[in-house]
Design a protein around this ligand. Structure first.
Ligand SMILES: [Zn+2]
Length: 423
């Protein structure tokens, strides 16, 4: 892609003089970024995939669970029981570099093929560079990727040049892998207090936030890197929800050991309308105890809210159906009565194991219950506009032997309902 602005032009120019990844860096990657295996044969012979050394291993379970160290090259090995003879895999490593005033995040793909009885063959290829200016602007250099006939989004075509490319989310999904420990930083990043820990974030995101938002720098310098990590994990834009409280914590030299718990706690304070600028609230001596107290408080508030919602439904139900309350029909055996509350309808649905529980909100329906000697037999739904029984169901939606008797009883008494409708 041709550079589209001055920044991209500068980066294209700068990239021409960027030194290659060194042999040492690549060797470090082979030693640290690759997960080496110990192949375990049926007879219990373990072969180190890094140096080819073979030896009689410990018991199968132990080595498979715990892995082991190669007695020869001392590599930490993951043990795999296998009859396969050839293996290949690839890994990423990241070199954090700076060049011509830009921070450069360089991604190298390391490949290795090992064959039992031979030394592994290695390959390394720099596949991507993210160039970040001190003001947070960035652009990406990458090799081309195979996009047809592969299920992988990172099938790099190694012989293509590292060139300025259109941004795509694929670049953000490439693993960071192991990070080469010697990092070269631009002054703007050094100033922020960045100490080479990535807090499990993508370097591009972390660096851009550090370069463009002084709040991130403040967090690191105040020793709140766990909070930085927690908020980046949840999306950096959430920093504004906590910033006022964080400033109070900094002023009070408050130590936040558990950033997740603290953020959770602040969210609850906000829910209860507490003053988020008051140290009494935001810097509790015993965070865990206060947090737990609010969790209980919140659960009660949620339950209360649920009750209020239910009461609202009751009000609506009473308003819509009160004119039918008190209606009872009987033929001496069967008693039929109108259900007079949402709670009653829900109970009916639960006891009878059918779906009448949600019928209280149907404007055209009147729900009645037929009982014999106080025992529920069937639940009846009447259409108020058609003045007829729509359905009458026993437990689990079954029809009972009293079904016809119940329907007849209700039909005979429809005029009573009609009377109430007219009133
Ligand atoms: Zn070895």
């Amino acid at each position: 892609m041709k550079p589209k602005n001055k920044f991209q032009q500068q980066v294209v120019e700068a990239s021409k003089t960027l030194p290659s990844i060194t042999k040492e860096q690549i060797q470090w990657g082979y030693d640290n970024a690759i997960e080496y295996l110990g192949y375990r044969s049926k007879k219990g012979i373990v072969t180190c995939s890094k140096c080819g050394h073979s030896w009689k291993g410990e018991g199968e379970l132990i080595t498979t669970l715990l892995g082991c160290d190669c007695p020869d090259c001392k590599s930490k090995l993951t043990v795999k029981a296998t009859a396969k003879r050839t293996f290949n895999d690839s890994y990423y490593m990241t070199v954090i570099d700076s060049h011509k005033g830009c921070q450069v995040i360089r991604t190298i793909m390391l490949g290795y093929t090992s064959k039992i009885g031979e030394l592994p063959k290695y390959s390394a290829s720099e596949v991507m560079q993210r160039w970040i200016a001190p003001d947070g602007k960035y652009c990406t250099f990458a090799k081309l990727r195979q996009t047809m006939g592969t299920m992988y989004y990172d099938s790099w075509i190694f012989h293509t040049p590292l060139e300025l490319r259109q941004e795509t989310d694929v670049y953000n999904r490439i693993y960071t892998g192991a990070v080469y420990p010697k990092q070269k930083l631009i002054p703007g990043l050094k100033r922020t207090g960045y100490k080479k820990a990535l807090y499990n974030q993508r370097p591009l995101d972390l660096f851009r936030i550090l370069l463009t938002d002084s709040k991130a720098e403040t967090l690191i310098k105040a020793g709140y890197s766990r909070l930085l990590k927690r908020i980046m994990d949840s999306g950096w834009k959430n920093i504004d929800n906590y910033w006022a409280s964080i400033k109070i914590c900094i002023r009070n030299k408050y130590i936040i050991r558990d950033a997740t718990l603290w953020c959770d706690y602040i969210d609850m304070l906000r829910f209860f309308g507490k003053d988020l600028r008051n140290a009494k609230y935001v810097c509790p001596t015993n965070l865990k105890a206060e947090h737990d107290r609010y969790v209980i408080k919140k659960a009660k508030a949620d339950a209360q809210l649920e009750i209020e919602k239910q009461l609202e439904k009751e009000d609506a139900y009473r308003e819509a159906k009160a004119q039918f309350f008190g209606l009872v029909f009987s033929d001496g055996l069967i008693n039929v009565r109108v259900l007079e509350s949402v709670a009653e309808i829900i109970t009916e649905g639960k006891v009878m194991k059918h779906c009448v529980g949600s019928y209280h909100s149907k404007p055209d329906s009147l729900i009645l219950s037929a009982c014999i000697g106080g025992k529920r037999i069937e639940t009846i739904e009447i259409s108020l506009s058609q003045l007829k029984v729509i359905q009458s169901r026993g437990t689990c939606n079954k029809t009972t032997k009293y079904h016809n008797q119940i329907v007849n009883l209700v039909n005979e008494n429809i005029p009573l309902i009609e009377e109430r409708l007219a009133a």
